[in-house]
Design a protein around this ligand. Structure first.
Ligand code: GS8
Length: 219
């Protein structure tokens, strides 16, 4: 029986994009279903009753939730090509450590782009640049975090890149100036079709950001 794969997703989501990139890297065909997060589908509520969040990967009727767990599941099920996690247990632990760092730091400290002003905004922006520099130093001189090719950590982080334009505009900053090696890595990743066809258009992300700000009454 052919695999039936459905992805419940939301276009600008850095979490949903992780599943899209991983499925593309593995060459898995799937049905994409865009969720209206203001009016969630019954399928989403039933598939992720705990968090009621996207992304959810439904593989032959069985839901898998949480983007990092989805990534690992995809890597284990479609293990015939393009491994994402390293085979060495220590390297795997390191990849998981940095993936955890990414969400704890970037996402949890990301409020400054929404409603922070003045000093608070400056502190948020400074924190963001520091996190990016830290990640840039972890990349070092490797072409990818995974080594010679895209790996787990590359997928975990690259889905923030469609948001960089929004961060840059809000913070009046240049990522290229702050973290040139990291931006060179972003470009290398976007050159891969599995990445570029899966990530959101940065202009659409910015439009989404502006529309959401307006809806929330933030100026
Ligand atoms: C986060 C998913 C998430 O925040 C993961 O998959 O890694 N830790 C999870 N999903 C958001 C959309 S993206 O900001 C979501 O579904 N929000 C709807 C809600 O919370 O009601």
């Amino acid at each position: 029986m052919a695999d039936k794969v459905i992805l419940l997703d939301f276009y600008p989501s850095m979490f949903g994009m992780r599943a899209r990139v991983a499925l593309a890297v593995k060459g898995v065909e799937y049905e994409y279903r865009e969720e209206d997060l203001g009016n969630k589908s019954q399928l989403l509520l039933e598939s992720n009753p705990v968090h009621k969040q996207i992304p959810v990967l439904i593989h032959n009727g069985k839901p898998v939730c949480e983007s990092f767990i989805i990534l690992q599941y995809i890597d284990e099920v479609w293990n015939h090509k393009s491994p994402l996690l390293p085979s060495d247990p220590y390297q795997r632990a390191q990849a998981r450590f940095w993936a955890d760092y990414i969400d704890k730091k970037i996402y949890d400290n990301g409020n400054w782009i929404w409603n922070a002003k003045g000093e608070e905004q400056e502190a948020g922006k400074k924190g963001f640049v520091e996190i990016m520099k830290q990640l840039e130093s972890e990349l070092g001189d490797k072409p990818f975090f995974g080594g010679d090719d895209l790996g787990f950590l590359d997928v975990a982080l690259i889905t923030y890149s469609p948001w960089f334009q929004t961060y840059e505009t809000c913070g009046n900053l240049s990522m290229e100036e702050e973290c040139p090696k990291l931006i060179a890595w972003v470009k290398r990743c976007w050159e891969k079709q599995s990445v570029s066809k899966s990530l959101a258009d940065p202009n659409k992300v910015y439009d989404f950001y502006l529309a959401l700000k307006k809806k929330r009454g933030i100026d």
